[in-house]
Structures are given as structure tokens and as C-alpha cells.
Design a protein around this ligand. Structure first.
Ligand code: FAD
Length: 490
């Protein structure tokens, strides 16, 4: 079986790794990984500058999704995994240039603790009253998909969309709450609304169930190991996991496992066509035949490649919106700055009218990756509502970030004239898929049409999870399915 993998981001690399494992025991398996750019890894890229890890794209992955950490362990990188410093976890929202901590007890955008919600300065009194009345919300069947903004506004009012949902979604994935699908992005809340009506009551019930499960596990532990319930603590996992040397470590380890003659850099695939019993791949003016193909490019590229093969499939792929993002890393000597607020950093609601969407205090979020005495601030800009920014020159972006940091943190903490020791700007045009309203129906249509094209698989962030673990899972799954289909056929 000869497989063409088109796109060498983390999804394509994970697929190639899986095929490489199979190739080592089965000489009939061959693959070629086509990557348009000069390097593999797609959005995963980092460098170490003066001992500080600077991430150009993602800085970590969600620990609760196991595919990424599992792959790292398989690659011998288990010792390089760094948990987020959750003991110091605190995130602020910027409201009229003031940093207001997220109130305690927020679960998936839902307030569950009375006193912190009543006391927070994040919400006005009418919003707090509305949050109280939300407990009376009647159950509502979820017949149609709707935006996250519509769902949140129905329960907690517009201010909660502007000050909570929008910054959380845009600061993390450049998304826009008024476009993102509630059913895809917040499926638990949609289920809770139809079961309980009130999201707060639904969340509290889920919390009670979880505590009951922990109690039951403690009892079991006591019976098996003789530990008392008071001593029992379920293993605590950090929320995020990073790599000690940056995400490039994962890309380098994956690349080192591949057969070098199977990897083609600077090789953009221009045409993918169906051929008898397989697929024709055109790149650099040459056509080659492959039995199977894994398309691990962004969906808008896949749409272009498949427009002659299946126009309806291409239309659905091309309809998946993408946002662009920019990261700006700044290294400072801590002595140059005042004392930064505690915690991991802050998110900036779009209604604040700023270019920045978020800022992470990198040296606080992951320990041991920044030299003592240095501070790394990472700003995130762009997103669905500020696409034009991607064209701005580096100096203008750095100047904007520095000005906004001074305006938000104040002159004493972030002096206007103090220049960073190092700056790094990275642009990611149309890199982040947006799961817009109707995403699930679109994905079902795409899956049905791809199933009718034998030997073709799709992988990447456009389909079933935007984060690194999901891209790894989907890349490996695509390769495994092709291997399994071949075994069945032989
Ligand atoms: C700034 C930023 C921050 C992020 N932060 C996080 C985070 O903290 N945690 C997290 O889990 N996720 C994060 N993400 C999301 C995550 O990084 C991406 O969803 C994931 O890396 C996408 O991987 P992919 O392989 O699907 O696509 P990509 O990384 O986009 O790779 C696709 C590859 O296909 C290549 N290609 C395109 N067209 C062709 C062609 N015609 N022929 C050959 N090759 C082609 C491209 O050059 C590219 O290398 C972030 C993303 C960005 C941009």
C-alpha cells in the first residue's frame, strides 16, 4: 500500500508516524509526506532564545485528552512533559483597563458559587440578579444548533457573553462566540439545558455526581489498600501540559522517527485526482500514483484539491471558516518591570476595542522554561474580529502590544520606555478552524461523502477537535483505518 500524506502539520505527522510503525514490520507499506513549507510541524513551532522557551504557536495541550501525552511517551519524551503551574493559576479579564480575576466557581462559563459571583466586579448588579434567576430557567429541548452567544445570553445576559464567553473563546482559539456552535463547542451545556433548564443547576448536579464518584473510589481504595477515606486523594492532573524544550521537541522527535526518503519539504500538492484503484497526486509538475491518500491540510486547501473529485464535498470543506492569529513574545529582565499581577495572565474582551486578545505570563504558567530573573510575556492577537491585523508589520505589532500592555498594567508595572530584550512575532494565517453553527451536520455530510471515496481519509483541526491531542488522534486514526482496510482486503 502506497499512501500520500498531504500536509505535514501535527495531524499529518501523526499519520506518518503510524504508517512508519507499520512499515517497519510490513515492507509492502510505503508513504510519502508532502509538506508545502520548509519545515514540518505546521502551527507547532518553538525556539529557545537565551535559555527561554518561546512558543510561536500552541504552548501546551489539554492534559485530560490523552493522545498527545501518550504519543510523547511513545517517543521517549515522557520526562520532558511539564505540568502547568496550577497552584498559581489565576486568570483576569480586562474591563475598562482594569484586571478583574475570574470569580471562583466558574465551570464552563457557568457560575456555581453564590458568594464569589455576588462579590465579583466582573458583572454588574442586573447581570448578577439574572444569574440568580437563571436557577428557574425551564428545560428546553435542543432541536436546532445555535451560537454559543445565543445560549449564554439566554441564560446569563449579554454582559456575560461580552465579558466571559467571548474573551474565553477568542483568547484561546481566536473564535467568535456569535458564530461558534453551542452543540459542538459546549455540548454539555446544551444537554444540561434540555435536562435541567438551568445551567447552574445542571452544573451543580454534575459536580455532586463527580464527588459521589470520588467518594465511591475512596471507599474502594480503602477496601483494597486499607487507606482511610480521609487520606484518599484522587490523582491530581494539571490542566495543561507543555514540553520542557517547547513544542518543537515533539516535532523533532516525530521527524526523527520517519524514513527521511519518505518526507518531501517545499512540495505543495496542487492536484489530487481519482485514478483506477487509487489516487493521482500532482506536485512540482509530476504526477504519481498512490493507493491511498490522507489529506491533512486545512479544510480550505482540501476543498481546492477535491473540487473536481466531488464538488459537494469540496463545498462543505470550503465552508468551514478559519481565523488567523498572531503571537508576539517579549522577553524582559524582571528588574525592568514592576511586579506583575499573580497568575497566568489575562484575556481582553473584544468590546474593550483593543488589538490584543490575551496575554500569558509564560514564566508563571510553566515553571523551569525561563531563566531565573527573566519574564516572558506572550500576546495573542487577531481572531475572527480582527483578521486585517495579520498584514501589519512586525514593528507595528510589537509597538501595539507594548502600548496596550502599558495601558492595561500601568506605567509602574510596564514602563512605556522599557524595551524588551528580545521580540518574536509569528503569524498564522487561516490556521484555526472555527466550529460554526451547523458544524456537526456539516461534518456528518463530509464523513458520508468521504466514505464513498475509497482510500481517502481526512485529518486535521477542522473536524473533530481543534487542539493538538485531537489532531494527533485523528491523524493516527486515519492511518490505522487505511492499514486495517488493506488487511481486510488481502
Ligand atoms: C497561535 C496558535 C495557538 C494555538 N494554541 C493551542 C494550544 O495552546 N493548545 C492546543 O492544543 N492547540 C492550540 N492551537 C491549535 C493547534 O495548534 C492546531 O489546531 C493544530 O496544530 C493544527 O494541526 P494540523 O496538522 O491540523 O494543521 P496545520 O498545523 O495547519 O498543518 C497543515 C500543514 O499542511 C501544509 N499544507 C497546506 N497545504 C498544502 C499542500 N497543498 N501541499 C502540501 N502541504 C500543504 C501546511 O504547510 C501545514 O504545514 C493553536 C494554534 C495556533 C495557530
Amino acid at each position: 500500500m502506497r499512501t500520500a500524506i498531504i500536509g505535514g502539520g501535527i495531524a499529518g505527522l501523526a499519520a506518518a508516524y503510524e504508517l512508519e510503525q507499520a512499515r517497519r514490520t510490513d515492507k509492502n507499506i510505503e508513504y510519502t509526506l508532502f509538506e508545502a513549507r520548509a519545515r514540518l510541524g505546521g502551527s507547532l513551532a518553538s525556539e529557545i532564545v537565551d535559555g527561554a522557551v518561546l512558543e510561536r504557536g500552541p504552548d501546551s495541550f489539554l492534559t485530560e485528552k490523552p493522545a498527545a501525552a501518550e504519543l510523547c511517551r511513545e517517543l521517549g519524551l515522557g520526562g520532558e512533559l511539564v505540568p502547568s503551574n496550577d497552584a498559581d493559576r489565576k486568570t483576569y479579564i480586562v474591563v475598562h483597563n482594569r484586571l478583574i480575576p475570574l470569580p471562583d466557581g466558574l465551570m464552563f462559563l457557568v457560575p456555581t458559587k453564590l458568594i464569589p459571583t455576588a462579590l465579583t466586579r466582573l458583572f454588574s448588579l442586573p447581570t448578577k440578579i439574572r444569574m440568580g434567576l437563571e436557577l428557574l430557567h425551564p428545560p428546553r429541548p435542543s432541536n436546532h444548533d445555535e451560537s454559543v452567544a445565543t445560549l449564554v445570553e439566554r441564560h446569563f445576559g449579554r454582559e456575560t457573553v461580552d465579558r466571559l464567553a467571548d474573551p474565553l473563546l477568542s483568547g484561546i482559539f481566536g473564535g467568535d462566540a456569535s458564530q461558534l456552535s453551542a452543540r459542538t463547542v459546549l455540548p454539555r451545556l446544551v444537554e444540561m439545558e434540555s435536562e435541567y433548564g438551568s445551567l447552574t443547576r445542571g452544573m451543580l448536579a454534575a459536580h455532586r455526581e463527580m464527588r459521589a464518584r470520588i467518594k465511591a473510589a475512596a471507599k474502594k481504595n480503602e477496601a483494597v489498600n486499607g487507606h482511610t477515606q480521609a487520606n484518599f486523594r484522587p490523582a491530581q492532573r494539571s490542566i495543561f501540559t507543555a514540553m520542557h524544550g517547547g513544542m518543537q521537541q515533539l516535532i523533532d522527535a516525530l521527524t526523527a522517527r520517519l524514513d527521511p526518503s519518505s518526507v518531501r519539504l517545499f512540495t505543495q500538492v496542487n492536484v489530487l485526482a481519482k485514478a483506477s484503484g487509487g489516487w493521482l497526486v500532482e506536485s512540482r509538475g509530476a504526477e504519481e500514483f498512490y493507493d491511498t491518500a490522507i489529506l491533512a491540510t486545512p479544510a480550505w486547501v482540501a476543498a481546492g484539491l477535491l473540487c473536481r473529485v466531488d464538488p459537494a464535498l469540496a463545498a462543505d470543506l470550503g465552508g468551514i471558516p478559519y481565523s488567523s492569529s498572531i503571537t508576539v513574545n517579549l522577553i524582559y529582565d524582571e528588574d525592568q518591570l514592576g511586579s506583575l499581577p499573580d497568575g497566568f495572565g489575562f484575556l481582553i474582551p473584544v468590546v474593550e476595542g483593543r488589538s490584543m486578545l490575551a496575554c500569558t505570563f509564560v514564566h508563571r504558567k510553566f515553571l523551569g522554561r525561563t531563566p531565573t530573573g527573566k519574564a516572558v510575556l506572550r500576546a495573542f492577537l487577531g481572531g475572527m474580529k480582527n483578521e486585517a491585523l495579520i498584514a501589519a508589520p512586525d514593528e507595528a505589532l510589537v509597538a501595539t502590544v507594548r502600548r496596550e500592555l502599558t495601558e492595561i498594567l500601568g506605567e509602574e508595572i510596564f514602563p512605556r520606555e522599557t524595551a524588551p530584550e528580545h521580540t518574536q512575532v509569528s503569524r498564522w494565517p487561516r490556521a484555526m478552524a472555527q466550529y460554526a453553527v451547523g458544524h456537526q451536520e456539516r461534518i456528518e455530510r463530509i464523513a458520508a461523502r468521504v466514505a464513498a471515496l475509497p482510500g481517502l481519509k481526512l485529518a486535521g483541526n477542522a473536524y473533530d477537535g481543534i487542539g493538538i491531542p485531537d489532531c494527533i488522534r485523528l491523524g493516527r486514526k486515519a492511518a490505522k483505518e487505511l492499514i486495517a482496510a488493506r488487511e481486510l482486503a488481502s
